[in-house]
Structure formats: structure tokens, C-alpha cells
Design a protein around this ligand. Structure first.
Ligand SMILES: [Fe+2]
Ligand SMILES: [Fe+2]
Length: 293
């Protein structure tokens, strides 16, 4: 069954309307995105907004002091954390914190739930950072967050219509860790009339997330179709998604055979040897990370 672009857009719009009471971005995150996108903002403006949110303050301090950033010594002041991390990184932490709240939804089937998807998203986020660092692409935080967001469309489906999502998962013909016979995007289109890339991109656009995040959500299984200005980050997310699915017990329903798109493999120059290397590094980072960034 093929769905037209117009049908997809209608389905996405009605899903987003329906879940708007659940899927709201906290005011503070919106304000932070707005401030960081405005070139006239200063670290002081950001500090004023953040200091009203104690949970976010403690998260920022936790991040700046984590081994992820590898800074020497403990940092206890938010002002100093903002200066050390940069406005953009602080924006990304705020987005990541809001996303963590979205990934609540309990178990869908005895073997799959929101937590599994959150673990997968974290694995892809770490994979993105590994690839970007390994290739000196300088994407860092942005790649990490794009990885965290890429499958957000599945969470929208979960909150919009659980029964349909359970149905779509069932039609894949495997447990989420098993090898699917049919790709999840195909079964989602059958059941919902749109796939998780459509839902994810719709949400990112509605929330006015920076364009690379909408592109990562919207094109990670079809990377060559991404808008050219976001191509690099979408390629990295696609590659990291294949890596994460190749982990033992990794989420692979939307990637039968875990095949990396040839254009991505060529562009990022990921040889078989490098793939194995990255996979090992990813497993090690996951084992070290506390999964709650
Ligand atoms: Fe996906
Ligand atoms: Fe994924």
C-alpha cells in the first residue's frame, strides 16, 4: 500500500493535535532555544532563564562534571558551566532533558517498551558522537542530540494509538531484538498511514527544533533524500542507527538486515574494519554510561 505525501501529512497533523496535551515542550526549553538562536543573546540571559529551573541546573552541572566532557576539576556554578559548555551545548542539554520526559510510556509488549526505545536512542546518540569524533567532523553535541531524537516518531505513535503500534510491531514478524521479516516503516504505513519518520519530523517542526534534528528524525532510513544542508548529520545518524541495531539485543525492527546505505558508507569512509571498531567502542561507552543524560 502506498500512502501519498498529503495523506501522511494529514495523519501526522491529527496525531500531533491529539497528543498535544502530552507532547509539550517545557516553556523553559522553548525559551532557551529561542535565546540561543538569537545572536544578540548572552550567557547572562541564558543564566537568568536556567536559574528558574532547579532540575535543569542540576542536570547541567551533572553533565559539565561528567566524564563525557572530560573537564578537569569540579564546576559548581551555573554561570561557569554555561561558559565552559557554550550556549549551544546548554541548549542541547535542555532539549535532551525534555526528551527524556517524552520517553515515558511503559511497556507495549512483554518484550518492548518506552525504556527499550530510550536505551536504543541513547545508543544511537553515543554512536553519533563516536563517529563524529572519529572522523573529526566537529558535530559533537549536535550529532549526539540528533541521535537521541531520531526515533521520537515511535514515541508519538505510542502515545497517539498504542493498539496500532502494537499491531505494527506484531506485523514485523519478530521481537524487537529479533530479525524482522517486514520493516517497521512499512507496517506503520499500513496501520497508521504514515511511518515514524513522518511523525518525528512533524513533531520537530512543530516544536521549532533546529533543522538538523527534524532531518535526522525524518530521513534516518532514507538518508540520501535529506535536505542537502543537513545531509552530514543525517548520514551520521543513519550510520549510528545501523551500529546500534547491530549491538547484541539492539532494536532492529526498522532495519531488517542492518544494512548501511552505500552512499553513507562511502561518504563517511566506514570500512568493515572501522565498523567493527566503532561497534566495540559503542558497546564500551554504553557499558560505562549511566544512560540518563
Ligand atoms: Fe527509525
Ligand atoms: Fe533507530
Amino acid at each position: 500500500m502506498t500512502v501519498t505525501q498529503e495523506q501522511r501529512e494529514q495523519v501526522v497533523a491529527s496525531a500531533l493535535r491529539e497528543i498535544s496535551h502530552i507532547a509539550t515542550l517545557p516553556q523553559v526549553t522553548l525559551k532557551i532555544i529561542e535565546l540561543v538562536e538569537d545572536p544578540s543573546s548572552t550567557a547572562q540571559d541564558l543564566h537568568e532563564v536556567i536559574s528558574n529551573d532547579p532540575a535543569l541546573c542540576s542536570r547541567i552541572l551533572k553533565v559539565v562534571n561528567s566524564s563525557f566532557y572530560g573537564l578537569p576539576g569540579q564546576i559548581a556554578s551555573i554561570n561557569r558551566a554555561i561558559v565552559m559548555l557554550g550556549l549551544n551545548a546548554v541548549k542541547n542539554i535542555a532539549i535532551a532533558a525534555s526528551l527524556a520526559k517524552l520517553f515515558r510510556g511503559g511497556e507495549l509488549t512483554p518484550v518492548f517498551g518506552a525504556k527499550d526505545l530510550w536505551d536504543h536512542s541513547n545508543a544511537v546518540a553515543i554512536g553519533c558522537k563516536l563517529i563524529s569524533d572519529r572522523l573529526s567532523m566537529g558535530l559533537g553535541d549536535e550529532a549526539y542530540l540528533a541521535g537521541l531524537i531520531h526515533d521520537i516518531g515511535i514515541m508519538i505513535e505510542m502515545q497517539y494509538d498504542r493498539t496500532n503500534l502494537i499491531d505494527a510491531i506484531g506485523k514485523c514478524g519478530a521481537s524487537p531484538e529479533g530479525e524482522p521479516t517486514v520493516d517497521l516503516c512499512t507496517t506503520e504505513e499500513e496501520v497508521f498511514g504514515a511511518n515514524h519518520m513522518d511523525f518525528g519530523r512533524g513533531l520537530c517542526e512543530k516544536w521549532k527544533f533546529p533543522a538538523p534534528f527534524a532531518a535526522a528524525a525524518g530521513f534516518h532510513h532514507n538518508p540520501t533524500a535529506a535536505p542537502s544542508e543537513c545531509m552530514k548529520i543525517v548520514y551520521v545518524v543513519h550510520a549510528a542507527d545501523v551500529l546500534a541495531a547491530s549491538l547484541e539485543g539492539g532494536f532492529k525492527l526498522d532495519q531488517p538486515g542492518q544494512k548501511m546505505c552505500k552512499e553513507v558508507r562511502d561518504e563517511l569512509k566506514i570500512s568493515d574494519e572501522m565498523f567493527d571498531d566503532l561497534l566495540k567502542a559503542l558497546q564500551e561507552s554504553i557499558d560505562e554510561s549511566s544512560h540518563d543524560m
